[in-house]
Structure formats: structure tokens, C-alpha cells
Write a protein that binds this ligand. Structure first.
Ligand SMILES: [Zn+2]
Length: 267
């Protein structure tokens, strides 16, 4: 990693460099950052696009799925010719041309309770764009146990939500959803408005950039809710649960723990 921004970088990131909250110091910080994107689907595609263009140093792309025709309505890194190919490799091919500063690491694996700790180790930040509760709990557990901040997003039909998780600064996913919410069907079954994934994915990437640059905590302890039908946004305060089995006063969970068997394709 270079200490000074080179001329090409100064041009590329000019619109960041002139921002008072970012500037050269913030951009250098971004260029040194390592972010793991869990799920390269409806949320992972736009999030990865913006993080790549923004100039994160290393972007891990974790997904074991292949591109399916039903993905193409919203998973904007993939095209018709990619059907049947592994998502992470197609995504890397698309992203690599956008910004040579970014080291793209495709990780074609399924995240499970047994490999989650290894998969999140070494990253500065994890973003969860998976579409099922089983994965969300496991990612949450691994990040909380490892002390790695987690930005979690989800979409369902016309609604999306985002929160930032880093106990003890705020609640974890288990504080918010102690009991397993009723399993939601995958996007292709329940339906999702295509641009909604772009909106929520963009919010995820914005939160990531802010966190990496200055440890922004605006969405820590807050759940941001977006309703695409009403075109409205609201946020609700969420608190840590002292009885949380993971981040509470008397924790029972000491390793990533599955809570349900759910669909596992990225949305
Ligand atoms: Zn908790």
C-alpha cells in the first residue's frame, strides 16, 4: 500500500478527496481496508460495485452459488451469458475492470457454523447480504465473537432494512431477533422489487465507507427501514438485550450456532 496517493488515484477519487469528512486521509484508510461481502446476490452486487468504485483495498466475495436465470432481474453484476457460472468469479470479472486499486478475493464457499470463524478472520468489516436467517445468525455470531463490526441488510418484497452491529456499542442480531423469525421464502418465491436491492445495497456500502473512514456509528443501535411502496424511510432505536445468549451479561454461545435450517441462496 502506497503512503501517498498517486496522480491517477488523485483523479479517480477526486470527489472523495474534496469531501471534508473523507479527504486524502480517509481515502488512504479506505485503500487499506479489508471488507468481506457475505452473499453476492441482490444486495451483494450493488454493494460490491460501490465498494470497488470507492476504493476499498481488499474486497472478499463469499458465495457458493451459481448464476441462475431468476437472479438476473436484480443481481446486476450478472448477465444472460453467465447463467450456470459461479457468482463469485463472474462478479470478480465484472468488478476488476472498474478499479485496479481493489484486490478482489472470490471465496467460493458456503458459510457454515463450522467455518464461519475462519471465514471472517482478518477482515476489518463484514457485510451480510444473505437472504436467510440461518446465515444471518451464524455471521452475527462469528463477527461478535471475533470483535469484527458487521453491517447487516435484508430485503423482502417492497421493504428493506439495515443495521450496524458491534457489541457492546449496540445490540447484536440475536438481541434484535431472539427467537427465530418465521422463515421467509427466497426472493424468487416471495418477490422483491428489483431496484429495492440497489437502494439497500447502496445504503450498505455507504455505511461501510463511513465506518471504515471514521468509525461512524449512525446506524449502531438503530434499525433503518425503507418502504419502497411509500417511498419512506424511518429508523427505530434498538437496544442490547442483557439476556442475549451471545452478547449479554451471561453469554451461553461461544461459537457460531445455527438456529434453523433455511434456504441459503443469496437474494
Ligand atoms: Zn446480542
Amino acid at each position: 500500500m502506497k503512503d501517498r496517493l498517486e496522480l491517477e488515484q488523485a483523479e479517480r477519487y477526486q470527489a472523495h478527496l474534496v469531501l471534508p469528512r473523507i479527504g486524502a486521509t480517509g481515502q488512504r484508510r479506505l485503500l487499506r481496508s479489508k471488507v468481506l461481502m457475505v452473499g453476492v446476490g441482490g444486495l451483494g452486487c450493488p454493494t460490491s460495485l460501490y465498494l470497488t468504485a470507492s476504493g476499498v483495498g481488499t474486497l472478499g466475495l463469499l458465495d457458493d452459488d451459481i448464476v441462475d436465470r431468476t437472479n438476473l432481474q436484480r443481481q446486476v453484476l450478472f448477465g444472460t451469458a453467465d447463467i450456470g457460472k459461479p457468482k463469485v468469479h463472474v462478479a470478480r470479472e465484472r468488478l476488476v475492470g472498474i478499479n485496479p486499486d481493489v484486490d478482489l478475493e472470490p471465496i467460493e464457499q458456503r458459510l457454515t457454523p463450522s467455518n464461519a470463524m475462519d471465514l471472517v478472520a482478518g477482515w476489518d468489516l463484514v457485510i451480510d447480504g444473505s437472504d436467510n436467517f440461518a446465515t444471518r445468525y451464524v455471521v452475527n455470531d462469528a463477527c461478535v465473537l471475533s470483535g469484527i463490526p458487521l453491517i447487516s441488510g435484508s430485503v423482502f418484497q417492497f421493504e428493506g432494512q439495515v443495521t450496524v452491529i458491534r457489541p457492546p456499542l449496540g445490540p447484536c442480531y440475536r438481541c434484535l431477533f431472539r427467537t427465530t423469525p418465521r422463515e421467509q421464502p427466497a426472493c424468487r418465491d416471495a418477490g422483491v422489487l428489483a431496484p429495492l436491492t440497489g437502494i439497500i445495497g447502496s445504503i450498505l456500502s455507504a455505511e461501510a465507507v463511513k465506518w471504515l473512514i471514521e468509525g461512524d456509528t449512525a446506524l449502531m443501535g438503530r434499525l433503518l427501514l425503507f418502504d419502497a411502496l411509500e417511498s419512506s424511510t424511518r429508523s427505530v432505536r434498538v437496544k442490547s438485550d442483557p439476556k442475549c445468549p451471545l452478547c449479554g451479561k451471561d453469554p451461553k454461545i461461544d461459537r457460531p450456532t445455527a438456529v434453523a435450517t433455511c434456504r441459503d441462496d443469496s437474494d
